[in-house]
Write a protein of this length. Structure first.
Length: 186
């Protein structure tokens, strides 16, 4: 059964994408839930995986279906947030993931050793690279949305210091299908 186009469907993303025909969509704009940030009280929801790598794999599974349904002239806009790993127990950061506190013996298990306390996980970049390496998607652009800027003044400094408090990463991807000659303006 195919889904009717140009209509909003409330359905699990993978189930919905699998009902769409190949090469049928001009543009996909998606902002999946960020890892370990919010519980929407939906069984099996994206974002509450026990390990960030499981989250990355789930997003790649979705992107694989996006690649299948996007037209050769289409584009995919993927908006992702990042987070810091708080494996030693920031209760607020771990509020939705009781298993987020990995035992110390697991930290060295990963070759890249990327699960270290207070380390930025670089989830958006890991996903973008996997989209290139595993799915063959073409990364057309990297977009940074800065949604909060904080200006801090310090008595020891003559100039105020500007800190980026919040940002998300967006990527414009396209499938490497036979494309007609076209100019891309970004």
């Amino acid at each position: 059964m195919n889904l009717r186009l140009n209509k909003i469907h409330c359905i699990d993303v993978l189930k919905g994408l699998k009902k769409l025909p190949d090469d049928s969509i001009d543009c996909i704009v998606t902002s999946p839930p960020y890892w370990a940030l919010r519980d929407y009280k939906e069984k099996g929801q994206i974002g509450l995986e026990d390990h960030p790598q499981d989250y990355i794999n789930k997003i790649i599974e979705v992107m694989k279906e996006c690649k299948r349904v996007i037209k050769p002239t289409g584009s995919i806009w993927l908006n992702l947030g990042d987070s810091f790993y708080s494996g030693t127990g920031n209760e607020k950061a771990n509020e939705f993931l009781p298993n987020h506190k990995l035992p110390k013996n697991i930290r060295g298990k990963f070759k890249s050793n990327w699960l270290q306390h207070k380390q930025k996980l670089l989830i958006p970049f890991r996903i973008a690279i996997k989209c290139q390496d595993e799915l063959g998607l073409i990364l057309r652009n990297n977009i940074t949305w800065i949604w909060k800027i904080e200006v801090v003044t310090c008595s020891q400094k003559t100039e105020p210091e500007t800190n980026l408090v919040g940002e998300t990463k967006g990527f414009r991807l396209s499938a490497p299908k036979k494309l007609p000659k076209a100019n891309y303006c970004l």
